[in-house]
Design a protein around this ligand. Structure first.
Ligand code: F6R
Length: 366
């Protein structure tokens, strides 16, 4: 039931402090700096010596996979490739028994993802599933896995399942780091303590709902939107753009901010809202130069910034603050305002947010 909310999507966005808490339950011990993932523990030894990981998925799940690539490479120092399952299955992929494939799927029923798993299995790879629906088809054909435990997701556009997927991938990155010894225990204690506080920080982001609705009101008639971010802000930008196009039918693109000058900059004029992930992290100064490039062409800039930011705030049209956190957790926090922005734009445009045209909750055809 929707309870006090007008739509399942809004309810599910607001459930995220709880769904992420459920996803971490029993899996992290911040005091000890330990991650336990019962579903893949038989493979702990394999992960210790792993040379390559391939992540597959479609749509939003593929975006979660991109965040996983950053996290696993950064913390566990294992090379990762992320592939659309629909492409992977048709191109005779080079894969062997040495590889681990992580298949991500909210529904656990996506036909392209299932077919890609079968191919990887034939070639002898070990397959982990990261699924939300318990007992769905993908968990039954994988060797092992980690459920996201986000609870049933009714809105067709994925929200809480995405942040739970990102949470699981964060845990997998830390788990592999723990096996391989690429993260000092003291560092892991710090990271897990922060992760444990992410649900409260998401609650604080949700408190910006009215502000985000006001921003939506001012850009709702735009026919195009650009979403830009760097590092792990890039998959967040892709996901923000996908949410907007799915439910509001506004054309939107996500790009790495640095790629803007190689093409999309030609689109910028005074009608074009550009949404930046501009939090205080390693790419902050670079993102500020990208914002200046957009402002010089009269684009409308909406920036997701770190709480207390003054530098970006005085430059741009609209700012949405998110709490400060280690860069590892940027995708979990920065995604929330983009989900709300897409939601309000769609509602203001009179769209059916829970059941967008032409889309189905699980895509069981190729
Ligand atoms: C986006 C969305 C789709 C799904 C995609 C994969 O909001 O819902 O892009 O993410 O169809 O679905 P699953 O994760 O069920 O395999």
């Amino acid at each position: 039931e929707k309870g006090d909310f007008d739509h399942f999507m809004l309810k599910e966005i607001f459930e995220q402090p709880r769904s992420i808490r459920d996803c971490m339950r029993g899996r992290i011990n911040p005091e000890a700096g330990k991650v336990a993932l019962g579903g893949i523990k038989e493979y702990a030894e394999k992960l210790k010596n792993i040379e390559r990981i391939i992540i597959i998925g479609c749509g939003t799940s593929w975006h979660a996979g991109l965040t996983g690539e950053y996290l696993i490479e950064e913390y566990a120092r294992v090379p990762v490739e992320v592939e659309y399952a629909s492409e992977f299955r048709y191109r005779n992929p080079i894969i062997s028994e040495k590889d681990v494939v992580i298949a991500i799927s909210q529904s656990g029923e996506t036909a392209d993802t299932m077919a890609a798993i079968e191919i990887a299995k034939e070639k002898g790879a070990t397959i982990f599933g990261v699924c939300n629906v318990v007992g769905s088809s993908i968990p039954r054909i994988t060797d092992a896995g980690v459920y996201t435990h986000a609870g049933p997701e009714i809105g067709v556009a994925s929200t809480k399942a995405f942040t739970a997927q990102v949470t699981v991938l964060t845990l997998i990155a830390f788990y592999i780091a723990q096996q391989k010894g690429t993260l000092a225990t003291s560092r892991l204690i710090g990271l897990l303590t922060e992760l444990d506080n992410i649900p409260e920080k998401i609650q604080a982001v949700l408190a910006n709902n009215d502000l985000i609705r006001d921003i939506a009101l001012s850009i709702k008639d735009a026919s195009n939107c650009l979403f830009l971010g760097r590092g792990n802000g890039f998959p967040v930008a892709l996901e923000g753009a996908l949410k907007l196009k799915e439910i509001s039918y506004v054309h939107a693109e996500g790009y790495p901010a640095a790629e803007m000058k190689h093409g999309p900059i030609a689109l910028i004029d005074k009608e074009m809202p550009v949404i930046f992930i501009a939090t205080k992290n390693s790419s902050y100064e670079k993102v500020i130069s990208n914002i200046q490039e957009v402002l010089a062409r009269k684009g409308i800039v909406i920036a997701i910034v770190t709480k207390g930011d003054t530098q970006v705030k005085k430059m741009v049209d609209y700012c949405i603050e998110i709490p400060d956190a280690d860069e590892a957790f940027l995708p979990l926090l920065a995604t929330i305002p983009l989900q709300l922005l897409a939601y309000h734009i769609a509602v203001l445009r009179g769209c059916n947010v829970d059941q967008p045209r032409n889309l189905a909750k699980s895509v069981t055809v190729e």
